[in-house]
Design a protein around this ligand. Structure first.
Ligand code: PEP
Ligand code: MG
Length: 761
């Protein structure tokens, strides 16, 4: 903990920074001043600010002490040099002799060779690295804990300033050519990852209505009915066309949900009523569109907003059909245009499909959320998608060059040549890495010393299933069933559920699938279940608590799973269990349903195994009892760690506060492996940490032999494990875990570096 003098010092420093911000002036001048203030306050000869640019490039934006000519010229990739190393591991790096460090990369243009000591901290926001802040001294010295903390605090302020636009540093890149339309960087939300570059095509929707009042109501009604028929036919054609795509069936599922809206009788009836009241078909559809817009303005629930957006999208489609095939013309224009990045206010799933995969490199929207249907389709088609880019349409023009960094949720419009070049190189090296993963695809995830790790997928939609074969994962370690429940307008019945679960198992084609029972409630609201406001939804009425209170829901779900498994192995697990008695109660319901199916002569699963998620710390103190009755455990580290540290995983003010790679959490995880091994109960990890480089390495070192993760992590994890010696890592961890260390991240990174472990940073 810092002493009081240090806090006073850091407060004064922050005040000075705030004064610079309040003072006005251009962005570059302010950044320069900030670098000067930090250098003086930290008694350092050098202070440099590197900011992340699309394509994972760290660019020197300002410096006090290094040669000014290096500003905007010195660029490092993530993982390159000491600065890149700080960004790659998102943790501070303090060295008394920088040049001795194996990662040191000499950049002659900076004139930094005379500086010996180095302290770099990541500039973090929302859990993501936005840049690196560095101080350097000529003398060899060790930076104190207090100095490191002070620099981290300053980096935090810098991150907020950059993000708030107060610095405008991210949007005012120095323009080499100085023309009026400057390069522009815009931030949004990552809805689907990946990098792409191309030219802007603006997706336009027809909104002008030439005639409002109907001359003949009957004719208008006929035009409307014909347009509805046309729309259905084109949706059917789309579904058919998708049948040929490798993940075709899954898109159909999304489109079917979408078509449900197209058949929404209430909505269609309202439009007909408008026509009967004297409006043309077009005007009545436009009125329905305005109505949904007005309703949307009052609704904050993201799920319901998305469903209303679907209706909104359908209204535009209907207008196009009334007008005669505008979408087709758009599509043709696009084919002629070549590499296209589609820019729109919002986009429906069918509209995205209108454009076709080959023509489209990426999509950037002013609206949109991760649960939007368009995001689901984009994921399946592997099209990078960024949403919620404020002011997008006002700032781009058709034909502009655009770089899309879906991983970081940023775009650069009208990039300079050098930025384009660097971005293209990053895309190229990503593609090469992807080829390496491909070559390893069919090799087992076995370490150098023979430890085999089962790599599984986390999934939640039929759309995810093709990834099983593409990644050659062992199976699905976590199937989040709640996603289907969230996408529906009403509670899905047994038959409907059984149909989906059957298709999941069919497509898994003999590979194991672990179905997690409904984890609704909390922030995963079901629109048809009236929920009351909860102060702490993550700790509220959710998951197993809800389904044990509403046993019919659990019974129906288990009944559907049993029916779907018929003759095949069934694996289920229960979420958010806090007491062994809850697991037992859920299991009893499973037994009841099995007995019911047997008494009706239904074909039973070949075998049934019932696991328990370990997400609530209270279970850590019931492990012998739990392993006595559960068939397997799955560590939901996202929840387990947030509860262990009492640190909300969704709150960026605290989500980065504790390191998952601390001695405390690793000791806890090691005790889970020990208890499970002693009881002979299989255990896996299916939280996000299982798919992250250092974390996955640590988990294997602790003894976990089964991990479940997003599909994009399978290839890199396989490569990491194949480069690892688990015995030596376990010994290393044993020596680390006795200490009090708040974070073992840097020690584990150093281990990986020294032992040639391939980490995909
Ligand atoms: C977890 O908590 O780690 C987990 C896998 O469940 P979810 O992220 O769906 O809450
Ligand atoms: Mg969870």
């Amino acid at each position: 903990m810092a002493d009081t003098t240090n806090w006073v010092g850091s407060r004064q420093l922050l005040r000075r920074l705030r004064d610079v911000m309040a003072g006005g002036g251009d962005a570059q001048a302010r950044l320069d001043q900030i670098a000067g203030i930090i250098a003086r306050d930290m008694v350092a000869e050098v202070c440099s600010i590197y900011l992340l640019r699309p394509g994972d490039i760290l660019e020197l934006f300002a410096t006090e002490g290094l040669l000014k000519t290096a500003v905007h010229r010195t660029r490092l990739r993530i993982g390159e040099g000491l600065v890149g190393d700080v960004a790659a591991h998102a943790r501070p790096l303090s060295l008394d002799e920088a040049q001795d460090h194996p990662q040191f990369a000499y950049r002659p243009e900076t004139g930094e060779e005379i500086y010996h000591s180095f302290l770099g901290v990541p500039i973090l926001r929302g859990g993501r690295v936005r840049g690196v802040l560095v101080v350097q001294n000529q003398s060899r010295r060790n930076y104190t804990e207090e100095e490191i903390e002070t620099l981290q605090t300053v980096a935090m302020v810098l991150a907020e300033l950059v993000a708030s636009g107060a610095l405008a540093a991210e949007s005012e890149f120095a323009s080499a050519d100085g023309i009026a339309l400057r390069p522009l960087r815009l931030d949004g939300a990552r809805l689907n990852g990946g990098l792409a570059m191309g030219r802007v095509v603006i997706h336009e929707r027809r909104t002008t209505i030439s005639q409002v009042v109907a001359e003949d109501v009957t004719v208008e009604l006929e035009r409307f009915d014909a347009a509805v028929q046309d729309m259905h036919r084109s949706l059917d054609a789309m579904m058919e066309e998708l049948g040929g795509h490798r993940s075709g069936k899954e898109h159909v599922e999304v489109l079917e949900a979408y078509r449900m809206f197209a058949e929404d009788r209430g909505w269609l009836a309202r439009i007909r009523e408008g026509i009967r009241g004297g409006l043309t078909a077009d005007a009545s559809v436009a009125k329905a569109l305005n109505d949904t817009r007005a309703r949307m303005a009052q609704i904050t629930d993201p799920y319901i907003r998305e469903r209303i957006l679907d209706l909104d999208d359908l209204a535009y489609r209907l207008l196009q059909h009334l007008d005669g095939g505008e979408a087709q013309q758009d599509r043709r224009r696009l084919r002629e245009a070549g590499d296209t990045v589609l820019v729109a206010r919002s986009l429906g799933p069918a509209e995205l499909l209108d454009y076709g995969r080959r023509e489209l490199k990426a999509v950037v929207l002013e609206e949109g959320s991760a649960t939007a249907h368009v995001a689901i389709v984009a994921r399946a088609l592997e099209i990078p998608l960024i949403g919620r880019v404020a002011g997008l349409l006002d700032r781009v023009e058709a034909g502009d060059h655009i770089l899309v960094d879906g991983d970081n949720g940023t775009v650069v419009v009208r990039p300079g040549d050098d930025t384009r070049q660097a971005f293209a190189e990053t895309m190229q090296s990503r593609a090469e890495l992807q080829e390496v993963y491909e070559t390893l695809r069919d090799l087992p995830a076995v370490s150098g010393d023979g430890a085999e790790v089962s790599l599984n997928l986390n999934a939640g939609l039929l759309l995810d299933l093709p990834q099983l074969r593409q990644t050659n994962a062992a199976g699905i370690g976590l199937y989040r069933t709640e996603i289907m429940f969230m996408m529906q307008g009403q509670l899905p019945g047994v038959d409907e559920q059984a149909g989906v679960y059957r298709r999941v198992m069919d497509q898994a084609d003999g590979r194991r699938v672990v179905f997690r029972t409904l984890d609704a409630g909390g922030d995963k609201l079901l629109p048809y279940m009236s929920g009351h406001h909860e102060e702490n939804p993550a700790m509220g009425w959710r998951a197993i608590r809800m389904t044990l209170d509403r046993p019919f829901m659990l019974r129906q779900q288990l009944r559907a799973l049993i029916r779907a498994a018929s003759g095949r192995p069934l694996e289920v697990m229960f979420p958010m269990v806090a007491e062994v008695s809850e697991y037992r109660a859920a299991r009893e319901i499973l037994e009841l349903e099995l007995a019911r199916a047997a008494s009706r002569g239904e074909s039973l699963p070949e075998s049934v195994s019932a696991g328990c998620m370990l997400e609530v710390p209270s279970l850590l103190f019931q492990l012998p009892q739990l392993t006595g009755c559960a068939d397997f455990l799955a560590v939901g580290s996202n929840d387990l760690l947030q509860f262990m540290y009492a640190s909300d995983r969704g709150n960026i003010a605290v989500s980065d506060r504790y390191d998952i790679l601390s001695a405390a959490s690793l000791r806890m995880l090691r005790s889970v492996v020990a208890a499970c091994d002693a009881a002979g109960v299989p255990v896996s990890v299916c939280g996000e940490m299982a798919g992250q480089p250092l974390e996955a390495m640590a988990l294997v070192g602790l003894g976990f032999r089964s991990l479940s993760m997003a599909s994009s992590s399978i290839g890199p994890t396989r490569m990491m494990i194949r480069s690892l010696d688990v015995g030596s890592l376990s010994d290393f961890l044993d020596s680390l875990l006795t200490g009090p260390s708040r974070s073992l991240r840097s020690k584990l990174s150093a281990y990986a570096r020294d032992h040639g472990v391939s980490l995909w940073t």
